[in-house]
Design a protein around this ligand. Structure first.
Ligand code: HEM
Length: 489
């Protein structure tokens, strides 16, 4: 029975939701007012920990349509059959700020895409940049500490930020992107997205390819200047959230073309950059973009908390035909996300409607844990098989079987287990190449933006950074030095 009167959580009608039960008109509240107690107790539990990074964000559903069949490279269901459509959910975010921070910060933008495929959920949890600040996940917590608040002053800390970057020149390429005109996207609709890491594809013949994902924005790219961003932050700290809600509500659906760069497995040995180094891009001349399909975002979530705050995107959500790679950053991320989500949301977070598979059913032997048994709106059961059999192998007629037809081809690994230095690589060529394609005005704005915060760091950190900029391009170093001198004067 569906009535439109208000009820308590057990479904019982509530006769008065406006006034507490009191002993007399001016008397104290009675403990027997369990409706009041339920409201207050639930309110006390309304928050879960915010994401440790990418806390501020927005989410939208949409559709991915294949325009170019990729079956020669991958058995992935959602990348084959021209015209095939797959539901998607995308969460855009900033990185360093808290949930209440402004959308117009100079910061990479998270670009996390979930494909609800017929063979399980495939997540590409990337950014709006093709590279990252680091090449080894062991440095991620240290790096993020420099982006967050100083543990003593609770203030953002330019000294910590530049100190870390000056001692980790591998960050230079990404720092150059971040400080350039590309550093503050105008909103979430007018920017490209990247899987950033190298992933793998494998096809029906068991051949492996290394892959980079690119979401090419179909809206004009737009960025804010430092001055525009300062104004926007003051007027509307939620401007990018507002922009997405308005666009979808108005039927102005944003689109991205998904493309891939594909490298045959054996090329990795001989390519002139390490293809598993996240601080580097692959030249489009060497590995041109291959179109896959079009993603359109067209449906807003109905419950921000349930669907956006509790979405659990994870690089480890892979499906047959798409695999990981030896990229050290990706390897760390394969652990980090599901671990964070068990803590942030709870052991059965994958049973929530936004996280459970929509186009197939999850079949496994996991039964218990907090909140087990959430009803999946898409399927009868969250676990499949025989309800009573939570072990395998079993001889139950409807018991679950291994899906050996989807086995990933083996990957040959060799070498001694060791901690290999991350410093002995070329950190400067690609940062310099990027600098050299900027116009005179862009180069000057880049130098001025860098000087704006680098001037707040110590002299020795400034000197180390100028040395790195100069190694990328002599003019880059000289310009930052001059911009610093002008500011100091
Ligand atoms: C969110 C860890 C590198 C993109 C997160 C979260 C963690 C995390 C713990 C919060 C997850 C949650 O609570 O749901 C790490 C670690 C990294 C790393 C350990 C390096 C080893 C990266 C890189 C990218 C990236 C390289 C992009 C290329 C994102 C995005 C989100 C996120 C987009 C937000 C996902 C969402 O919208 O829910 N990261 N991260 N991260 N990370 Fe990373």
């Amino acid at each position: 029975m569906n009535n439109n009167y208000i009820t308590s959580q057990n479904g019982a009608p509530v006769a008065d939701d406006q006034n507490s039960v009191t002993a007399g008109a001016r008397g104290p509240v009675l403990l027997q007012d369990f409706h009041l107690i339920e409201k207050l107790a639930h309110f006390n539990r309304e928050r879960i920990p915010e994401r440790v990074v990418h806390a501020k964000g927005t989410g939208v559903y949409g559709t991915f349509t294949v325009t170019n069949d990729l079956s020669q490279y991958t058995i992935a269901d959602h990348f084959q059959g021209v015209g095939k459509q797959t539901e998607v959910f995308v969460r855009f975010s900033t990185v360093g700020g808290e949930m209440g921070s402004a959308d117009a910060e100079r910061d990479p933008r998270g670009f996390g895409v979930r494909f609800y495929t017929a063979r399980g959920n495939h997540d590409i949890v990337g950014n709006n940049t093709p590279t990252f600040f680091l090449r080894d996940g062991i440095k991620f917590p240290d790096f993020i500490h420099t982006q967050k608040r100083n543990p003593m002053t609770n203030l953002k800390d330019p000294q910590a930020m530049w100190d870390f970057w000056s001692l980790n020149p591998e960050a230079l390429h990404q720092v150059t992107i971040l400080m350039s005109d590309r550093g503050i996207p105008a909103n979430y609709r007018q920017m490209h997205g990247y899987g950033s890491h190298t992933f793998s594809f494998w096809n029906a013949k068991g051949e492996r390819y290394w892959v980079k994902f690119h979401f090419r924005c179909q809206q004009p790219i737009a960025n804010l200047t430092e001055e525009q961003a300062a104004k926007v932050k003051g007027i509307d700290p939620d401007h990018a959230q507002r922009d997405i809600v308005a666009a979808i509500t108005d039927g102005n659906f944003p689109r991205w073309q998904l493309c891939v760069q594909i490298m045959p497995e054996a090329d990795a040995e001989k390519y002139h950059v390490n293809p598993f180094d996240l601080t580097k891009v692959w030249s489009h001349k060497d590995y041109p973009l291959i179109e896959v399909g079009m993603m359109e975002l067209n449906r807003l979530p109905q419950n921000y908390f349930a669907e956006v705050e509790q979405v659990a995107l994870a690089p480890s959500n892979l499906v047959p035909g798409v695999g990981a790679s030896p990229d050290k950053m990706l390897q760390a991320r394969l652990f980090a996300y599901a671990d964070a989500q068990r803590y942030r949301i709870g052991a059965n977070y994958n049973q929530l409607p936004v996280n459970c598979p929509h186009a197939t059913q999850a079949n496994h032997h996991q039964r218990a844990g907090a909140m087990a048994g959430t009803q999946c709106p898409y399927h009868q059961s969250q676990t499949g098989g025989d309800a009573a059999a939570n072990y395998g192998p079993n001889s139950v007629e409807t018991g679950l079987q291994d899906a050996s037809q989807f086995k990933e081809p083996p990957l040959r690994i060799d070498g001694d287990a060791d901690r290999y230095s991350r410093f002995d690589q070329d950190d400067f060529t690609q940062a310099g190449d990027l600098y050299r394609i900027f116009s005179e005005e862009e180069k000057q704005r880049l130098a001025d933006t860098i000087a704006g915060t680098l001037s707040q760091a110590s002299h020795d950190v400034q000197q180390k950074m100028i040395c790195h900029f100069s190694r990328a391009d002599a003019d880059y170093g000289a310009r930052v030095m001059a911009a610093l001198a002008a500011l100091t004067k």
